[in-house]
Design a protein around this ligand. Structure first.
Ligand code: HEC
Length: 107
């Protein structure tokens, strides 16, 4: 029983130490803004909007690019240097951007 509770405790600590950091995600996103827009709204027809996208979906896609499961030369190159923590933070940052403004005007 004691072992079970220490395992549970260890997982809680692991989860909380891996909580996404939106500010860190914003800092990391500097390199992404050229294509995905500063507010996550892209100004190019072939570059998707990321603002307000589902967080888990963004994580899944970034990991898929990184693993080569989703193929796009640009995004594979962009995702390879990202750590799992970077991916979580970037996903949290984009998921939390508002989608009410669908123009690419920078606020
Ligand atoms: C040079 C342009 C460019 C840069 C820089 C760039 N991306 Fe992308 N991104 C794209 C393109 C193009 C696609 C669409 C890929 C496809 O067609 O599969 C894409 C797709 C994505 C997707 C999938 C969206 C979806 O709806 O499935 C995510 C997530 C993403 N990018 C995140 C990022 C992040 C995070 C960064 C910065 C670390 C970044 N991108 C930098 C061009 C770029």
């Amino acid at each position: 029983m004691k072992m079970v509770s220490s395992i549970i405790l260890a997982s809680i600590i692991t989860i909380s130490s891996h909580a996404a950091d939106i500010e860190a995600g914003k800092a990391k996103s500097a390199v992404c803004t050229a294509c995905h827009g500063q507010n996550g709204i892209s100004r190019f027809p072939l570059y998707p909007n990321l603002a307000g996208q589902k967080e888990q979906y963004l994580i899944k896609q970034l990991k898929a690019f990184k693993a080569g499961l989703r193929r796009d030369a640009t995004m594979v190159a962009m995702s390879v240097p990202l750590s799992d923590e970077d991916i979580r933070n970037l996903a949290a940052f984009y998921a939390n951007l508002p989608i009410d403004n669908q123009t690419n005007e920078q606020k």
